[in-house]
Design a protein around this ligand. Structure first.
Ligand code: SAH
Length: 354
């Protein structure tokens, strides 16, 4: 039995089918039954494993890239070190450990976290207790100050809308109910001015995705970086331009039916990097770079070899596998991409130079 399924069925009975975005939002963030509000999703006993949970090397590389950008921009004496969707706080902890030796970096940093999950905020508070982070309730509360920001697997969790092309019109994909079960359906054919540019590169019946929550967050980030300096590093899975249904539910490390047990599985969809990059104007974007290439350029292999010196047996095997998993094209190396932005006049982040 799923309390959330009954809740959704009752809502659909009362007010009609809901968009994929509304379905995702309810499944992930319902105040008491949502996936991120009620579950502990991470780790071997959880549902999925993210890059910072695979190896400390991921956060180390990202931390050093941000510290390099901070140095390139004249080491501002006060800056915001921010993360969107920090999960268990592992990435920020690794960033802080890796940058402890960068003179002045920690003293200048105001550590600011944004996360919708009260349960995960509590875990972050514990992981990062030594660094006195603070939380904001909306990205608009990011301080008017230089901003150095990380977001790993954050944007993929923001709800998407899906539209199927019908002539020059679009039918929105929805979740409705039939015989007491949740089912996918299509809404009426309507014009979608926001999708005008997609009439050029799609055919009848094609499905495209739109993530309305992404651009408002990115425009706040871009404003801070453009006005005060800084850099953002956004890592996620996806590609240049959305085409086709990428909604994905994962529970217990396997793909499951998104409608089967709402709230019990993680729901994500590919990130459209063209849309993210466009929303970062007027900052300067780096080349959208595969995660594996980015980490190699930052020296992950040298770091992996140094760490390997201290390991043996199964710990060494796990370490070698983790390095491969983060970088190899057939694992996360190619599917995950890195978008970096800096002010128009600043040197590009290391690893993302065009
Ligand atoms: N960055 C972490 C966690 C990724 S999971 C890692 O790499 O391990 C997604 C994170 O984003 C979780 O911490 C979740 O609580 C948060 N999140 C999901 N949707 C959100 C939203 N709409 N607003 C704010 N935070 C959100």
């Amino acid at each position: 039995m799923s309390g959330l399924r009954d809740h959704l069925l009752a809502q659909i009975r009362d007010t009609g089918p809901i968009s994929i975005a509304e379905f995702m939002h309810t499944c992930l963030l319902h105040p008491t039954m949502g996936y991120y509000t009620a579950k502990t999703p991470f780790g071997a006993g959880g549902d999925f494993v993210t890059a910072p949970e695979i190896s400390q090397m991921f956060g180390e590389m990202l931390g050093l890239a941000l510290a390099q950008a901070w140095t390139d921009q004249g080491q501002p004496a006060h800056f915001t070190l921010a993360e969107l969707g920090p999960g268990r706080g592992t990435l920020m902890a690794d960033v802080l450990r890796a940058t402890a030796g960068v003179p002045g970096f920690h003293a200048a940093a105001d550590i600011v976290l944004y996360d919708a999950s009260p349960a995960l905020r509590a875990v972050q508070a514990e992981t990062l207790a030594a660094h006195a982070p603070r939380w904001i309730d909306t990205p608009e509360d990011l301080p008017q100050a230089p901003l150095f920001l990380l977001a790993n697997e954050f944007f993929d969790a923001l709800p998407i809308r899906q539209f199927q092309r019908d002539g020059t019109l679009w039918r929105e994909r929805q979740v409705g109910a039939r015989d007491g079960a949740l089912v996918f359906g299509l809404g009426p054919a309507q014009p979608q001015p926001a999708l005008a540019h997609r009439l050029d590169d799609t055919a009848d019946g094609d499905l495209v995705e739109d993530r309305p929550g992404a651009a408002p967050i990115l425009s706040v980030i871009a404003q801070r970086i453009d006005t005060h300096g800084g850099a953002a590093l956004i890592i996620d899975y996806g590609d240049w331009r959305s085409l086709g249904d990428t909604l994905q539910a994962v529970a217990g490390h396997t793909s499951v039916d998104p409608l089967a047990d709402p709230g019990a599985a993680d729901l994500t969809a590919h990130v459209d990097f063209e849309a993210l990059l466009t929303a970062c104007a007027p900052t300067q974007p780096g080349r959208i770079t595969p995660q594996g290439v980015f980490l190699e350029r930052l020296g992950i292999t040298a770091r992996a070899q140094a760490l390997a010196q201290t390991l043996s047996g199964s710990r060494l095997d796990n370490h070698v596998a983790a390095h491969r998993r983060l970088t190899h094209p057939s694992e996360m190396g190619n599917l995950f991409k890195v978008l970096g932005v800096v002010p128009r006049s600043a040197p590009m982040l290391p690893g993302l130079e065009t």
